[in-house]
Design a protein around this ligand. Structure first.
Ligand code: UDX
Ligand code: UDX
Ligand code: ADP
Length: 476
């Protein structure tokens, strides 16, 4: 019987996942621990540290009842039957595998804490995405560091498939829950124990049990295939612009083939988020480590295509605006990597803004959720590029960029608007009013294909949209 669950790491994955488990399993005590005091204080306050639709309600319903947030890592780990590890696994920035391999410092730190404070046997659950065979390494750390005789650790892989912005929906009705474990009596018992937690609300047939390595590799592969779909449709968007086809028509046409399916075929300025790039780089690194260079090259191309798409967008902006954007004000609508989140990790907006500023533009960013300090931090620190041993893009100074909290003000006296996130509110603005306040000719570069382009053209805008037939004004 599972009585207590502890989750190490109160981030985008750990926080919402544990809140959902607590909500659905009132008889289980769930404690989320983190070394970051500010984060824990946030989870205990009215303003949660992450923005996620529906999350407030779930946390409020369970917090104080059977859901707790604490910085006392050792106490709660020691008391738990199941310990989820949901710490950050960034890409290494130095040493062997820099730019590709996962940095497992935090994971190993968590494992050492578990080993040192455990006085009873526990199930340890990998929740953060980790390279295949991490469970092996972690088990060694746990076994060699545990001082208590008779304490056993059973390691499971239970990858998370929630997407930001829809985390609560994804957790409430997951396509599947994947649990990987060892094919031994104790391994099978551990898988059963974790499955019984999810069985409180997930139908039995959606709980898939596999071996450890399959579960770990499935997570990387799922993200790599999703990213590949976007890079594939983005590559076709470039061809559409060159030939007069319309990428949305193409996407719709191919999506009706049930073997392809309609989802994840929106051409965009590029994919972002904490997972896609990191997981593919991880996959590439693993392939290289086992000598599968052709496989590594195949997946790496997905990232190169994504970089190309962002670069292509910047080049379109510059060439449309008479090959000079120096000193021109450009309004950027949306900085988050997708709508309904304040998260900016790997957002295409970082590369696009850098590209525009490198050509001398004055960028004014408006985003409904992203904190100003985050934007300054993202654009103000040098970017580490996987294939360059030293940071390639120099940090930009705070003065080169302004941030506005009003979309009208952001567009005032601007030469162009670049839509980089698909926030719903961007569709609702009075674009006649926006147009009247801008310098002419006024441009819109829709990096998400969400605006009504015909209407914008009627107003007088010159419109560029990803993968759409080019405006006559823009044809060479
Ligand atoms: C992803 C996976 O979807 C999720 O299963 C996994 O657990 C974590 O990584 P997330 O990064 O939160 O989730 O968001 P997702 O919806 O997958 O979008 C990723 C990026 O792709 C965003 O920048 C989004 O704008 C972009 N995207 C998505 C497109 O450009 N076109 C699409 O059709 C879909
Ligand atoms: C294909 C398209 O499916 C069809 O829509 C188009 O009109 C013509 O091309 P076809 O070549 O007849 O049809 O067969 P298909 O079933 O698509 O298989 C093509 C190849 O892929 C076969 O060699 C098949 O064995 C292989 N395949 C298919 C796999 O290796 N794995 C799969 O999962 C599916
Ligand atoms: P994710 O998106 O995978 O949830 P985040 O970076 O949002 O990743 O969250 C990971 C959290 O894990 C951070 O809040 C970090 O402070 C926490 N963390 C990292 N190492 C430890 C550790 N050894 N003990 C407790 N918390 C940790």
């Amino acid at each position: 019987m599972v009585k207590k669950i502890c989750c190490i790491g109160a981030g985008y994955v750990g926080g919402p996942t544990m809140a959902m488990i607590a909500l659905k399993c009132p008889e289980i005590e769930v404690v989320v621990v983190d070394i970051n005091e500010a984060r824990i204080a946030g989870w205990n306050s009215d303003k949660l540290p992450i923005y996620e639709p529906g999350l407030d309600e779930v946390v409020k319903a369970a917090r104080g009842r059977n859901l707790f947030f604490s910085t006392d890592v050792t106490k709660h780990v020691a008391e738990a039957d199941i310990v989820f590890v949901s710490v950050n696994t960034p890409t290494k920035t130095q040493g062997v595998g820099a730019g590709k391999a996962a940095d497992l410092t935090y994971w190993e730190g968590a494992a050492r804490v578990i080993a040192s404070c455990s006085t009873s046997s526990k199930i340890i659950v990998e929740k953060s995405t980790v390279p295949v065979k991490t469970a092996d390494a972690i088990e060694k750390v746990l076994r060699r560091n545990c001082k208590h005789k008779g304490v056993q650790f059973e390691i499971l892989s239970n990858p998370e498939f929630l997407a930001e912005g829809t985390a609560i929906e994804d957790l409430t009705a997951p396509d599947r829950v994947l649990i990987g474990g060892k094919d031994t009596p104790s391994g099978r018992a551990a898988v059963e124990a974790l499955a019984s937690v999810y069985a409180h609300w997930v139908p039995h047939e959606r709980i898939l049990c596999t071996n450890l390595w399959s579960a770990e590799l499935s997570k990387l592969t799922a993200n790599a295939m999703l990213a590949q779909r976007i890079s594939s449709v983005n590559s076709i968007s470039a061809l559409c612009e060159a030939t007069g086809a319309d990428v949305q028509q193409v996407a719709k046409s191919i999506g009706t083939d049930s073997r392809i399916g309609p989802k994840f075929l929106n051409a965009s300025v590029g994919f972002g988020g904490s997972c896609f790039q990191k997981d593919i780089l991880n996959l590439v690194y693993i392939c290289e480590s086992v000598g599968l260079q052709a496989v590594a090259d195949y997946w790496h191309q997905v990232i190169l295509m994504n970089d190309y798409q962002k670069q292509r967008f910047v080049e379109q902006v510059i060439s449309a605006m008479f090959n000079t954007i120096s000193k021109k004000k450009i309004a950027v609508y949306g900085f988050a990597f997708k709508k309904d989140t304040g998260d900016t990790r790997e957002t295409p907006a970082i590369d696009v803004c850098r590209g525009l500023m490198a050509d001398g533009a004055r960028v004014c960013v408006y985003d409904p959720e992203v904190e100003d300090s985050q934007i300054y931090q993202d654009l103000g620190t040098a970017k580490f590029e996987w294939d360059h041993p030293t940071p390639k893009s120099a940090p930009v100074s705070k003065d080169a960029i302004t941030i506005s909290h009003d979309p009208m003000e952001a567009a005032k006296d601007a030469h162009a608007i670049c839509v980089l996130t698909e926030w719903d509110e961007f569709k609702t603005y009075d674009y006649q009013k926006v147009y009247d306040s801008m310098v002419k000719p006024a441009f819109v570069f829709d990096g998400r294909n969400i605006l009504d382009h015909a209407k914008l053209r009627e107003i007088g805008f010159i419109v560029y949209a990803i993968g759409k037939p080019l405006d006559p004004f823009l044809q060479k």
